[in-house]
Write a protein that binds this ligand. Sequence first.
Ligand SMILES: [Zn+2]
Length: 345
Amino acid sequence: MKNKIYSVFMFVLLLLASDLQAADVPVVPNIGLKNQGSTCYQNATLQAIHKCTTLHDLLMEQLAASTSQDPLVTELRNTLVSLQSTVGVAYNPVLFANNVCSALYANDAGQQDAGDFLTTLLARLQTEAVIPNSTPVPGSLVDESFARWHGVSTSRSLTCDECKGGRRSPLLPECTCVLSLSLPAVGPLGSYRLPELLTHFAVQEVLEGDNAVLCEACAAKKKHIGQLDFTINPDLSFMVLQPKRFKFDMSTMAMSKITTPLIFDESGVVEISDSNGEQSRFTIMSVVVHQGDVSGGHYWTVSRDGVYNDPTVTLDAGAAMKTLLTTGRHSMGEGYLYFLQRLRE
Ligand SMILES: [Zn+2]
């Protein structure tokens, strides 16, 4: 009898233990995305969004609240929901891909750049009012939501060298979450660091001679100093850094790719000081990697838990991310879109 009670007790204990275990182990979704024929640029971008938690949650919140009937919006929601699933190994985003081609690339079916895809997708979501699209009244609720999406403002100031009068004009897009950074000539180290790219971004440009600008105060064309600035809104919870790897090469009169690696600390923690000297801390959650050249190549995503390459998911507890951050490369590809999540103190 004593033995029987003991067995029942052990059985209940085991049941409790297995329940506890199930509740304790977080279920990390890691679903691949099937390729629809040259759709790796879409798959990689969607996986990077999914793995950048604050961006993903914000987007899901607004997709769930959206009344848009646009099939692109519906299929984006379905695809992101499927990535949250733990059933199956790869989702087939065929309807999303079909709607992307018809909606985003109506006039340019050849467009297959992950950076263009991200900005075009965001612009479409603004058109559909899924994400706020116009500068709101400061202090309003809409203002808060706007700031969470459009935290990076870039502007260009022009200062007359004679009267020191100036004007400032916002760059297009007026406000965004994507900071595109042009790449300077490579220094002796043969690689880039982020502070260098940010300094290069804000470098002054002297406009004189044929390039002199009309100054209204001086009522004449005068030498001007041009300066690009960027500011980061304190409400911004994520941002995307895009080193501009594809550029027009004047010597060959063709597009070319800059493959120089961009190197970070292995922690993936990034401190960014904007043009007002305001410091923000971010952590790199996911990176879209590109292998190849302008005429063709392949995209995949490296995140904090592994590598997402179309339908194939390789979980590695962050090993690939560490390699990518410290060498600028993963496999034969270079980091192209960096998804950053804000760190709050
Ligand atoms: Zn002037």
